[in-house]
Write a protein that binds this ligand. Structure first.
Ligand code: ZN
Length: 334
């Protein structure tokens, strides 16, 4: 299931006061799984009447995991497990208290497959009789490793791992790809420049995200600066891969439509009319060249060539390579 669909189900359940006590969110914990958890927190706590605004102070706190009634548990750094002590002190004792803001209390267990048996057993007791207005979110990318008695008490949401580009990047990428582009090589340069902007934003987000995690991990000291840097860099590469994959899907959709595929089969269903119109202006060779170009860029970045070099290559390829194609059709980068 896509993250938007999962969120919509939860939004509807919340509107009808039919939320489950616990959701097991299976999918990449740091990608879509984490994004869904964040959106659910914003749904429960954002004071805006029209549902989560994503921009107010409360929504910001949800992003930073600093909400007073949020208790976030994740594996300890050294042992890589969630111990019974951590479960008791950081989650269950807190969740048993009255809510500070007078509303919901939420316990998030990120990496729920890392609960020790003892921690899982203690948690199970609370899960069987949860306090009122309490919601548990269990995030995991390995649901098969969670105790079946826990799984059976959660509503399970299986997130599509193929859709991993989190917001706001998805919106920015699609705005960039769907923008009207006049013929000529300049749109390719503009696209590359906008991709650079999005990547710069992703870099900042990766840093902010790792810093939030580090803060939550008492064991990580200041002198572990290199460790933190390495984690930021690893997180950034993951997010960049997600971005490039989402970007590649756009060109795959164009190729699919150009090759006679049905609009129902496209990945970006909301854009199928626009995609069909764009595809009709491409030759089959161009549609294929675009997919090749996107795949090539992915491969080059994975070979850890410097990003500047690769983006420069990409720009050059589109400017010179696509200019050669203009004799037959317009050089549409998207
Ligand atoms: Zn808000």
């Amino acid at each position: 299931m896509q993250v938007d669909d999962a969120f919509e189900l939860i939004r509807q359940a919340h509107a009808r006061a039919r939320l489950a006590h616990a959701y097991l969110i299976a999918g990449p914990t740091r990608g879509v799984g984490g994004e869904l958890a964040q959106r659910i927190l914003q749904l429960l706590f954002c004071p805006q009447a029209q549902g989560p605004c994503g921009t107010c102070h409360t929504c910001q706190q949800a992003r930073e995991r600093t909400l007073a009634d949020l208790f976030w548990l994740q594996p300890e750094k050294k042992s890589r497990v969630i111990s019974a002590d951590a479960m008791r002190e950081k989650l269950l004792a807190e969740i048993a208290q009255t809510s500070l803001a007078g509303g919901w209390k939420v316990g998030v267990i990120a990496g729920a497959d890392r609960l020790t048996d003892a921690a899982a057993n203690i948690f199970l007791k609370t899960l069987e009789e949860p306090p009122p207005r309490t919601l548990f979110l269990l995030l995991t990318d390995a649901p098969q490793e969670i105790m079946p008695t826990i799984i059976s008490r959660c509503q399970r949401m299986e997130l599509d791992a193929a859709v991993v580009l989190a917001e706001p990047w998805r919106t920015q990428l699609l705005a960039c790809l769907s923008a009207a582009t006049p013929p000529g090589p300049l749109p390719a340069m503009g696209l590359a420049a906008r991709m650079s902007d999005i990547l710069a934003g992703i870099k900042d987000a990766a840093e902010a995200e790792v810093k939030v995690e580090v803060k939550a991990e008492a064991g990580l000291l200041d002198e572990d600066g290199d460790v933190i840097k390495a984690r930021i860099s690893a997180r950034y590469r993951e997010m960049r891969t997600d971005l490039l994959r989402a970007w590649l899907y756009w060109y795959r959709d164009l190729l699919l439509l150009r090759a006679g595929g049905s609009e129902e089969q496209v990945y970006y269903r909301d854009y199928r009319t626009l995609l069909a119109e764009r595809a009709s202006k491409l030759t089959l060779a161009q549609a294929m060249a675009n997919v090749d170009g996107a795949e090539e860029l992915n491969r080059q970045l994975e070979r850890s060539l410097s990003e500047e070099t690769v983006l420069a290559y990409w720009m050059d390829r589109f400017v010179s390579g696509v200019a050669a194609l203009t004799a037959t059709a317009r050089p549409t980068p998207g």
